[in-house]
Design a protein around this ligand. Structure first.
Ligand code: URA
Length: 219
């Protein structure tokens, strides 16, 4: 989907997806939401984070991870030299479930095409899942306690399961493994960059090869 599109065209396509999400009527969560939360970040991000579902603050603001979990996610990004402006952040479900209950299968399945379209547009080098609901999309049989921080390379991309930041805030014993997982993710990103440098989306076409210098004839 992103192939052949300029950065500007990709941004326009992303805004179109976001506009659809904001008025999406497809599942019952649309009735109780304040604002839907399409996702946030550059359309050419190298890392895409996929969380669970908006909570109270996200539902109020229409932005992902802006509450306590979001603050912690920002600290983790800082630890590896990134800010939230460098990454794309979204959720497996785009509207807040009442009382922050777990998202239901119908809600996840209904919302899934939005995620698939965003992935196709962003083409991230790494998709990092936050928590078990987004993990289940890419690691159907995975157990987070076993596979967190274990990269899966598929279709030229890395899928990387992480604990949910809220789970780490509730359980301080997970802080150190979470930080180690983030540091490992940064290393993986550097390796991917070294193996395949980024294409500059809007780079001008390369200049034509220089013409042969004209031979000056003295005779
Ligand atoms: N938790 C999530 O999974 N997503 C958010 O956007 C906020 C909190």
């Amino acid at each position: 989907m992103a192939e052949g599109l300029s950065l500007k065209e990709r941004q326009t396509a992303m805004e179109k997806i976001a506009s659809e999400v904001r008025v999406c009527p497809k599942c019952p969560l649309s009735k109780s939401r304040t604002k839907a939360v399409p996702g946030d970040g550059p359309v050419n991000a190298e890392i895409m984070f996929v969380g669970e579902a908006p909570g109270f603050h996200e539902d109020q603001q229409g932005l992902p991870f802006v509450g306590a979990s979001g603050k912690y996610l920002e600290q983790l990004l800082e630890l590896i030299g990134l800010t939230r402006k460098d990454v794309f952040i979204t959720n497996i479900v785009r509207c807040r479930p009442p009382q922050n209950r777990d998202p239901e299968r119908l809600e996840i399945e209904t919302c899934e095409p939005y995620l698939d379209q965003q992935i196709a547009l962003i083409q991230p080098r790494i998709i990092a899942t936050l928590g078990r609901y987004s993990m289940a999309k890419f690691f159907p049989d995975g157990k987070i306690s076993k596979i967190h921080g274990v990269a899966k390379k598929e279709d030229g991309r890395i899928y990387y399961p992480l604990f949910h930041p809220a789970a780490v805030l509730r359980n301080p014993a997970l802080r150190e493994p979470m930080e180690e997982d983030f540091k490992r993710m940064k290393k993986l990103l550097e390796e991917l960059r070294a193996a395949e440098p980024a294409k500059d989306d809007d780079a001008p076409p390369p200049p034509p090869p220089p013409e042969k210098p004209q031979q000056l004839s003295l005779f």
